[in-house]
Design a protein around this ligand. Structure first.
Ligand code: SAM
Length: 239
């Protein structure tokens, strides 16, 4: 443990710098030594949900860290507030509830602002559900398109999928369990029945499940019970 602590301590947050810190998407051991070092030594942490970040900090035995909320709602104001802190010399770690901040998560506004104001920015890379699922999918990964969460409106969703599904690239989607059925019904409408789909559920968690198959094979597995948990859906460019 002493060696690990020493390695973490090598990574000290610098004054007036914004660190974009990836945190685990399930398994708390997926934190890098750099992430731990920055979370330990930064002046404050901008997070989405303080109670979630507090849990992570408790796991790392980091106490008395100043947290403030950074969310999509009111992001303009939060971005200004964060910029002021940075410009007055604070080192700030930006984290989201899980994975890499700004990837289907808040944060891009403050980064844009910091670039404009020449605030030093440092990425602390780590887990992201999109890349973790792509890495185990067995689908071509030389070219892929991350579409994140598709729009709620069915016709918009269908239009987006139709415009990309014949481009010869792997597509990556995030979806919540209660909208999975509607997504798969849309895929059934627009894709060839033999198109391969990969489903990554609850990555890095106790109930991690990975499966691939045609749309109807995936639907059989997915909807034999009510879907629960977090899902990434990949659509292969291959037939
Ligand atoms: N910033 C995160 C990242 O880097 O992956 C994504 C945040 S987004 C709000 C949450 C969505 O990511 C979930 O609805 C799900 O689609 C996907 N996701 C996050 N964690 C996951 C996990 N452990 N297993 C599968 N999908 C996950």
């Amino acid at each position: 443990m002493d060696i690990l602590q020493t390695l973490c301590e090598k990574h000290r947050a610098q004054k007036g710098t914004l660190y974009v810190v990836a945190t685990p998407i399930g398994n708390l051991s997926d934190l890098t030594l750099r992430a731990i070092g920055i979370l330990q030594t930064c002046d404050c942490i901008a997070c989405e949900t303080p109670s979630i970040t507090q849990k992570l900090l408790a796991h790392l035995q980091i106490r008395d860290k100043r947290l403030f909320t950074y969310r999509d709602a009111g992001e303009r104001q939060s971005a200004q507030h964060l910029l002021q802190k940075l410009q007055s010399g604070f080192s700030v770690a930006l984290v989201s509830d899980a994975g890499t901040p700004t990837i289907s998560d808040p944060g891009f506004r403050v980064l844009r602002l910091c670039h404009c104001e020449n605030v030093p920015i440092v990425p602390i890379p780590g887990p992201s559900a999109a890349i973790a699922s792509l890495s185990v999918s067995g689908f071509p990964s030389d070219r892929f398109l991350f579409l994140g969460f598709l729009p709620l409106k069915k016709s918009h969703r269908q239009k987006i999928l139709e415009s990309y599904c014949h481009e010869g690239i792997t597509l990556i989607l995030y979806e919540s369990p209660h909208r999975l059925l509607s997504l798969f019904e849309c895929l059934q409408k627009i894709l060839e029945p033999q198109r391969e789909i990969f489903v990554a559920r609850e990555l890095t968690k106790l109930n991690e499940t990975l499966f691939r198959g045609t749309i109807s094979q995936c639907m059989q597995t997915l909807f034999s019970n009510t879907p629960r948990g977090e899902y990434v859906i990949l659509i292969s460019s291959l037939l």
